[in-house]
Design a protein around this ligand. Structure first.
Ligand SMILES: [Zn+2]
Length: 353
């Protein structure tokens, strides 16, 4: 079974918050034709998208063609809106969470959903996480790598992580508002250098600060194979070793990093092998970044090309690790045409409030 853990979706009827709230920074979806649109931010084209990004039928066609059984749907990071007034950001989050839940409910065999929460206010973020997990029955939450320039070890996020651990909420951490933006406007370095570096800073913040020591059962998966984090981890350990006065944890960073999961979107079998050797065969989840330009086609290609993998490892990376990470059980059944279909059932909802 193939589960694409890293895909993005947006409601086609995204309301115009620029008009509604008079702030240019809100993302707008401006349809350019029946099968495409521009995501506009501050009057400029942020990204050109095709209808695959909102149409479940188109997605299912692609999944069938590319051999994907289940897609895990998550919002597009530009919609996180942590910068906005909290009521408005909550409204934007709820519109997306409701849409994702409706899409999952319409096609429970093919989609699993992750929600978004307004992280600029931990209390409201926890309330919306509660609604996502326990009312909408989403499988987890996607959050950004920083909250308005604050790293993920900011003390005001402690309660959010405490609740995420208590409720066993899988967290997908995705880069956005990348560091060194002023130095990466050219060559699209924001995507190729900014995002991996941003992800490394987020992961390092969680291990160095003691968040992972305090909440050892947090379930966290980083996008894009963890960016540059897996490769700079020995340097973090070296820093921990030579600067005892800066230590905030009992063990070195790599000890806590072993808890992390990483998607497989690093394009190179050597990198996949490295992730497995460093973090374990149970920590890598197939993810493609569908339907965007930098996506892997077909999803799981780099895993298929990693020839040293055993059949068991292949199964783990292509689907079973995602199921375990998302607390999901899948029922396999045959339809009237003899095809195998799967129904995903979340377990997190049983964990109570
Ligand atoms: Zn992505």
């Amino acid at each position: 079974m193939r589960i694409d853990f890293h895909t993005h979706i947006i409601p086609p009827e995204l309301p115009n918050f620029v008009d509604k709230y008079g702030q240019e920074k809100w993302p707008l979806l401006e349809q350019t034709c029946t099968c495409g649109a521009n995501i506009m931010v501050a009057g400029k084209v942020f990204r050109e998208v095709t209808d695959q990004v909102w149409c479940p039928h188109k997605r299912i066609q692609d999944m069938d063609r590319e051999g994907v059984d289940i897609q895990v749907l998550s919002p597009i990071p530009v919609t996180f809106s942590y910068w906005a007034p909290i009521e408005q950001a909550l409204e934007m989050a709820q519109i997306q969470n409701n849409f994702i839940a409706e899409t999952v409910n319409e096609f429970p065999d093919r989609f699993v959903g992750l929600g978004t929460v307004p992280m600029q206010d931990s209390e409201v973020a926890i309330q919306e996480m509660d609604r996502c997990m326990h009312d909408l029955k989403l499988a987890g939450i996607e959050i950004g790598t920083n909250i308005n320039g604050k790293n993920l070890d900011a003390p005001e996020l402690t309660e959010f992580f405490r609740k995420a651990e208590e409720w066993q909420v899988p967290l997908f951490i995705h880069p956005w508002e990348t560091l060194a933006k002023e130095r990466t406007p050219r060559h699209n370095f924001m995507y190729t250098i900014g995002m991996p570096s941003e992800t490394a800073l987020a992961a390092a913040s969680l291990v160095w600060s003691g968040v992972m020591e305090k909440f050892p059962n947090l379930k966290i998966c980083f996008a894009h194979g963890g960016g540059s984090f897996p490769y700079i981890l020995p340097r973090l350990d070296k820093g921990w070793e030579v600067w005892p006065h800066l230590r905030l944890t009992t063990e070195p960073p790599s000890f806590y990093a072993k808890k992390f999961y990483f998607d497989s979107l690093n394009y190179d079998p050597l990198n996949i092998k490295y992730l497995i050797d460093r973090f374990g065969e149970d920590k890598v989840l197939m993810g493609s970044d569908y339907p965007f330009l930098l996506r892997e086609v077909p999803p799981g290609k780099v895993i298929d090309e990693t020839i040293e993998l055993s059949e068991r490892q292949r199964k783990l990376l292509l689907g079973e690790n995602a199921l375990r990470f998302l607390n999901i059980q899948v029922q396999e059944r045959r339809d009237e045409h003899g095809r195998t279909t799967h129904t995903a059932r979340g377990e997190a909802s049983k964990l109570g409030n």
